[in-house]
Design a protein around this ligand. Sequence first.
Ligand SMILES: *Cc1c(COP(=O)(O)O)cnc(C)c1O
Length: 403
Amino acid sequence: MTQEWDAGRLDSDLDGVGFATLAVRAGQHRSPEGEHSEAIYPTSSYVFRSAADAAARFAGEVPGNVYSRYTNPTVRAFEERIAALEGAEQAVATSSGMSAILALVMSLCSGGDHILVSRSVFGSTISLFEKYLKRFGVQVDYVPLADLHAWAAAFKANTKLLFVESPSNPLAELVDISALAEIAHSKNALLAVDNCFCTPALQQPLKLGADIVMHSATKYIDGQGRSMGGVVAGKAELMKEVVGFLRTAGPTLSPFNAWIFLKGLETLRVRMQAHCASAQQLAEWLERQPGIEHVYYSGLPSHPQHELAKRQQSGFGAVVSFEVKGGKAAAWRFIDATRVISITTNLGDTKTTIAHPATTSHGRLSPAERASSGIHDNLIRLAVGLEDIVDLQADLARGLAAL
Ligand SMILES: *Cc1c(COP(=O)(O)O)cnc(C)c1O
């Protein structure tokens, strides 16, 4: 550790400061060089002052780095900053969002445990549970996200963990996180929330009662579509298990990507505000267009959970989904007519993206599964970026004209 400089001053100065200040300043440990911004530490191992120092560090008797699969100063700065933003005792970084989910399940669950997962989670999350974790005896059931009665009814004696994405992708359904946390705790289970779509700038699940929060940092935390990473955060006692798994199994974050995410966090709040403002404007405009059947966006008063979204989140996010008049062919014509927006399924980027969920992210589901998840053939998902709003609206108008 390079605490000698004035890390004490940096830490004490941050008592009680706000989100944007933490986003810019939390987690920095300045080296003796006195760099103003965080340094990247591209090293796999660390030298010791003596054999006795090595022994003491390996035994955990003195703080300090040993090997970068365990700790790295750049990665630690990112972990401390995101922990501050989520209000977590501890955060641990991972190589991707998926390895964050893998790490939390592998470290907190055992074969024979039962996990409840919200029905419309990220596609690879379902594959992870269905194809791999089930092979190791983990039982999984899926519950409609918004239905608290269904959650309560789905518990078994061995239910250990609830895993939810709120808001959901692509239909922007929500669950009342405080109410679900109460249900989970009354049955001695843990609640984990994938906070990828909101980021801590819009929603802080731990403050609402969740036990664990995880992210794909690949999305809004990077914010510019350039690097993969993830993070798990929560109480130190739970994170101790996650850290143990990650250090042993190895899907840890590279210091280069941690450095990119530190930069991303510094602009997270202003970026999310801009993403949300454009998404709101486009959602309202789309809702007025005759070629559009329905718009799914929790910032619209027509959204059935608009009031919950206002209470639980400080912004409505930047994913706007809508159904066009006509079926799949009309949806594809709409998408193909755009000239500025990128046809890709990624999100959380400066560049606006457009996708047809029924034949991409949700293409592996059977038609019946898609129907029960509300993924109709005329549904289009837009993840609003940071381009000029007039250009985005003009591009969507090209889509409408092609219907
Ligand atoms: C992208 C994503 C993930 C997976 O993250 P990767 O970084 O791609 O591994 C998990 N959950 C949600 C909601 C996502 O959008």
